[in-house]
Design a protein around this ligand. Structure first.
Ligand SMILES: [Fe+2]
Length: 306
């Protein structure tokens, strides 16, 4: 219904006519490209999967002493038309270490996380190193098995934009069909801690929870800023509520465990600020500040505790 409304508004602004229809079709095509079913990887699980990996503790796949560039991957799990989020999906992750080697005797850099009640998952690791496949290097990649509750497992891999070895890789270079890797090549940004951050939304067959996932934070509210970030003993959080309702600002660790509830109150549409003062020692690392409106998580921000 929302799409219809915005479409009509858009056409009205343009003036109704064939130009409008043409642009409408383009818009729809664009909208569809943002909800792409997660594809299988041509190489499948590869030779280095070990069954029954442990659950990650605090969303940490790599220990703090693991050599390499720190990397945080997060995203939502959606159903096929992206109209629902899918909680309790197992995200089983394994990858090579900084030198391109897999731990084939133990479970280093192997672990599972679950998407939370908001369909959100997150884990912290290091950027995988390169290894030779025949005479050429495979691009840096993370193997993933995704199992929504009651639905089949999808076995695939993610890659990183700008990797020089994508073009020559038999799996990562596929850009159409069953094994299309296009939407599994993700952008990484570097924060001021030198940590790489990437977002990967996963689209699978599964029974989800119906929420309006279109532009959640733009429609409902958002966290504008959290500073200083990284922080030490306190952090100031600026947020906006766009739709009147029950607003909650909370702090979670990367495994989805709630650590603090900073705001839980009815709020009218406006801008707000809250300061989180740490009243106990907390370990250094990433935390998530979340904004919920009427029990729906509409936005989050990663912050780093020094
Ligand atoms: Fe691999």
């Amino acid at each position: 219904m929302k799409k219809e409304k915005s479409r009509r508004r858009f056409l009205k602004n343009l003036g109704i006519g064939s130009l409008g229809i043409m642009l409408l079709n383009n818009l729809e095509a664009k909208a569809n490209t943002t909800c792409n079913q997660t594809t299988l990887d041509y190489f499948g699980e590869g030779p280095f999967y070990t069954a029954n990996p442990p659950s990650m503790q605090n969303g940490q796949l790599a220990s703090p002493t693991e050599p390499g560039t720190r990397l945080v991957i997060s995203g939502h799990i959606f159903n096929l038309d992206c109209s629902q989020i899918v909680p309790n999906t197992i995200v089983d992750v394994w990858h090579a270490d900084n030198n391109g080697a897999y731990d084939n005797s133990g479970y280093n850099l192997r672990g599972q996380v679950l998407s939370n009640s908001q369909g959100f998952y997150s884990f912290e690791t290091i950027k995988p190193g390169l290894y030779l496949n025949g005479s050429t290097y495979r691009p840096s990649h993370i193997h993933v098995k995704i199992t929504p509750p009651g639905f089949p497992t999808i076995t695939t891999q993610i890659y990183f934009s700008g990797d020089q070895y994508i073009a020559s890789d038999a799996a990562a270079s596929i850009n159409s069909g069953t094994f299309d890797a296009t939407h599994r090549i993700i952008n990484l940004t570097t924060n001021n801690q030198g940590t790489l951050e990437g977002t990967w939304d996963i689209v699978v067959d599964g029974n989800g929870t119906l929420i309006n996932t279109n532009d959640l934070h733009l429609e409902n509210g958002m966290i504008y800023n959290a500073s200083p970030n990284p922080f030490n003993d306190e952090i100031r959080i600026n947020y906006g509520v766009f739709k009147e309702g029950l607003a909650e600002i909370s702090v979670y660790d990367l495994s989805g465990k709630k650590l603090a509830n900073l705001v839980e109150a009815h709020k009218v549409s406006n801008k707000y600020e809250v300061i989180w003062k740490l009243d106990k020692a907390m370990s250094s690392g990433y935390y998530l500040i979340t904004l919920k409106l009427n029990n729906l998580q509409v936005h989050h921000l990663k912050v780093y505790k020094l």
